[in-house]
Design a protein around this ligand. Structure first.
Ligand code: ADP
Ligand code: MG
Length: 265
């Protein structure tokens, strides 16, 4: 990612303290007072948090709580109704998904968005249209670490659902992203693939300083993986802390228990 420009306050000779400026630039993602309204529905209400660069940040919350909307708003699919989003110090809330990809923000989806008639290798070439020349050696290295090398020439339609999620992960990583937004990467994925995915998330975070934001319903997986977790409910952030703090939080427990009882009725 290019060096972050000065914040508007400093550019205009403003008075933003240096410590605040440095803190913003050292954060992978900053979300400040972000709301997103669809007609009369507030899918996000005044959400604010900061994700340390190179950390693994988890997001939980019941269905419909705004998790996917938040990822879509960070990566430019939706424009925030209000609020500011910064990626490594740069304001991005008005950028498109392709501009964000060029800045180093990659994304995976709840239901894999892979091209079924293309091969694994061909799917991995697609983001390089935006980000530049394909590095074949790097592609093969990624395929190997994800145990997809044997399937490089298979079409995506021949892959299992879990393998398609790995392919999406591979396609995100080939862009050498600074930030990766992952929507339910472990949903419907078998234990072996889940382990491969988690090991690779940890490796990129610690070795390359890549920042991960991972949405998951699989709370035990996130407790193991994430440095920090937030919980959304009806578009508002109701908890923010270490995985053990958030999973023990009374409000979080009541939101999940409430849903569990609902399902039994
Ligand atoms: P989650 O990912 O936590 O299950 P979503 O972000 O998908 O939740 O949805 C949050 C709320 O926003 C839901 O009420 C959903 O219906 C609404 N929503 C999401 N996307 C749109 C859209 N494009 N148009 C209208 N409403 C939407
Ligand atoms: Mg969702």
């Amino acid at each position: 990612m290019r060096a972050a420009p000065l914040s508007p306050a400093l550019r205009e000779g403003g008075v933003q303290p240096l410590a605040t400026q440095l803190e913003e630039e050292s954060a992978g993602i900053v979300v400040e007072h972000v709301s997103k309204r669809f007609g009369g529905i507030f899918a996000l209400r005044d959400v604010s948090f900061r994700v340390a660069q190179g950390s693994i940040f988890g997001m939980i919350g019941p269905n419909g709580s705004g998790k996917t909307t938040l990822l879509n708003t960070i990566n430019g699919v939706y424009r925030a109704t209000t609020g500011v989003i910064r990626v490594e110090g740069r304001e991005v809330q008005n950028l498109s998904p392709s501009a964000l990809l060029r800045l180093g923000v990659a994304r995976t989806f709840q239901n894999p968005h892979v091209f079924l008639t293309l091969t694994v290798q061909e799917n991995m070439m697609l983001p390089t249209i935006e980000t530049g020349r394909l590095d074949v050696g790097f592609r093969d290295e990624i395929l190997q670490t994800l145990h997809l090398d044997g399937l490089a020439k298979a079409t995506a339609s021949q892959l299992s659902g879990g393998e398609q999620k790995l392919l999406e992960f591979a396609r995100a990583m080939i862009t050498r992203p600074r930030v990766v937004l992952m929507d339910e990467p472990f949903g419907g994925v078998d234990a072996a693939i889940k382990t491969v995915m988690q090991d690779n998330i940890r490796r990129w975070s610690s070795e390359a300083g890549t920042t991960f934001m991972v949405v998951s319903h699989e709370i035990p997986d996130l407790v193991q993986l994430a440095n920090r977790v937030v919980c959304l409910a009806e578009g508002s952030m109701i908890a923010d802390g270490t995985p053990s703090e958030v999973t023990a939080d009374e409000h979080v427990v009541s939101v999940y228990l409430g849903r569990r009882y609902e399902r039994k009725d």
